[in-house]
Design a protein around this ligand. Sequence first.
Ligand code: ATP
Ligand code: MG
Length: 371
Amino acid sequence: MAKNKQIREPEGFATWTPSDGHLLDVRNLNVEFNTRDGKAKAINGASFHLDRGETLAILGESGSGKSVTAQTIMGILDSPPASVTGGEILFRGVDLLKLPEEQRRVVRGRKIAMIFQDALSALNPVFTVGWQIAEMFRVHRGCSKAEAKDMAIKLMERVNIPGAAARYGNFPHQFSGGMRQRIMIAMSIALDPEILIADEPTTALDVTVQAQIMELLKELQAETGTGLILITHDLGVVADVADRINVMYAGRIVEQAEAKELYASPAHPYSEGLLNSIPRLDQSTGQLVAIGGLPPNLTKIPEGCAFNPRCRYAQDVCRTGEVPPLVDLGGNRSSACHFVSELVAGTLQPNGLQVVTGIQPAVAEENGDQA
Ligand SMILES: Nc1ncnc2c1ncn2[C@@H]1O[C@H](COP(=O)(O)OP(=O)(O)OP(=O)(O)O)[C@@H](O)[C@H]1O
Ligand SMILES: [Mg+2]
């Protein structure tokens, strides 16, 4: 069993206050994977922030770099093949990327915790769930066995496990998918982290259970004031929950907006495409329009704006000009599109590129845009 060795917190954590800046400030992050086909540029200058008590959704199609971003923040990236080639991850003003592994471990779990998509593989199959939760209190808080058990049962009750005390001695496989996800949420909040990263926490669950889990996360966040990063490819999941949404494409944030604003009027053609591809009760156009083409091969990201081969507004500057930077539009909103003003004003004309109809943007037919 791990010793309860006290490792000092990084200097600077204790003196930080919210007036010093964002709780989490990711700046110009770059991550590459060495693959047989060359370097896959998974994260390409991603910048975003999170404040205390807020829920930030990171939204994007499969392969846009959402999980790699989360793993980089947590410091659990597989390296090799991955390497962080640039940028900063400031947590309480301290760059996590510069911390020695020993101090990083102090942050992981205790300050920043993560909920994974697949609870069955994240939990240890050979220990009871109660033991696994109690172990956190014993190892990190130095609690006695009896105290830790007591705290674990309380936490199981808090995440609504029926008959928590009786189920303390059950193994992960004895729970349903939704209940296992609740157990993982319990473990993630056990040490009162300041940031919780939930990577597709409900994808594997059916719709009713999804809603219950989202409700639980919302409640816990309101109680604890934790900053929550909710990673999803499903706009429907974040609609009611997120304060702000960051839209990610090919390893960059291409739009950052308050959730309501993004729904009302997207300020990037990719966000517009994502919104157009979900059914909406407030619109009766009758047809869903998915984004044509597929996300780019990350070893061959298109020149200019990475979204240009799929963008129905793309013009020459989008294909050959510089990568459009994320520009602050005021009102807590930013966008990385050369034509954002025209798009927002509603004066941008589509360029005649064929749009593919369907429901799921991620599985839209390949239309020859791939490099
Ligand atoms: N272990 C790995 N080895 C090589 N490349 C990887 C590895 N993990 C991720 N990548 C690359 O990083 C890209 C982004 O992956 P990531 O898992 O962050 O996508 P995602 O946005 O979380 O997608 P999803 O919605 O499918 O979970 C992948 O498309 C892939 O090219
Ligand atoms: Mg992922």
